[in-house]
Design a binder for this molecule. Sequence first.
Ligand SMILES: *Cc1c(COP(=O)(O)O)cnc(C)c1O
Length: 367
Amino acid sequence: MTNAAPLQYRVTRSRNPKPAAEREAILAVPGFGKYFTDHMVAIEWDREQAWHDAEVRPYGPLQLDPATSVLHYGQEIFEGIKGYRHADGSVWTFRPEANGARMQRSAHRLALPELPVAEFTESLRQLMAVDDDWVPSANETSMYFRPFMISSEAFLGVRSAHKASYYVIASPSGPYFANGVAPVSIWLSTEYSRAGRGGTGAAKCGGNYAASLLPQQEAYAQGCSQVLFLDDVEQTYLEELGGMNICLVYRDGSLVTPALSGSILEGITRESILQLARDRGIKVVERRIAFEELREGVSSGEISEVFACGTAAVVTPIAEIKGPGFSVGRPDAPAGELTMSLRKELTDIQYGHLPDPHGWMARLSPA
Ligand SMILES: *Cc1c(COP(=O)(O)O)cnc(C)c1O
């Protein structure tokens, strides 16, 4: 069953929202993913009624039967998208149709129901209609929305659930790099893959992250903040980091990134950065990149910049790549020039400091 008419929301205001002074204290130093707004969105789905019972309600714990299938079989998907406070006080988001469409593709792969893209965007607007005050306004701060969907049927049989729940929570977030954009070191995982051929790598699902946490721990132990994964078939070609895509800048000025392989997550930041580069007349190439090409290119200077990109940190310069028995680059290498100028152009569009030639921005509040 599909829904023909737009969902009608029931709105229940929190009876004990955070007092303004406490909220302002949080917004002054929000960090990332630590604090949540006063409300959340919930929408239920079942096979008979399709999407129904849309509501904005006070933020709070979910009550789940211990047999709820998501707890056993991991049928879960999520999104990450930000809200940006503009100078006139309005709140905007970036390419919500792209996130909504990706969530539908993730839902399809995980055998979950697809939420209409217009309802995805509407769910963010509904939350902003009550929690607008929670969007910080200082430079490089934002509201990080975490829409997610779980299978919510209490049943241990192994099949796709007949009930699902969609939620949106929102977390004010500070600048990702507290002391300005800082180049990071990354660790090449030679033992583990995050995703495999025919698997769920192109879906944004919790399971991919579960598979990346052990290698991530290894990376931390090696003084690195992110893991670089290779393709699982030949263990040769660059795929991506645990939660960000990777791009290389060559000495001739071209921007090169791994082609989407089916096991790489199709980042919206990646696609937007490629577009901004093309707009500048930069040659953009999506192809397979062997790890050896990266290693030799960074040592010889043929590759002049390496960066990671994703919604949370936007663009992160990579200073050094380490793996068992080798390292290239230097941990104190400065951020690349093209890296930083593409980062600035993208954030300037998002914060309304530059025109939006591709129609990427959508206003959330006032609706
Ligand atoms: C979310 C995510 C990205 C980045 O996608 P954006 O749309 O740019 O935020 C990259 N890789 C993985 C594994 C992800 O989950």
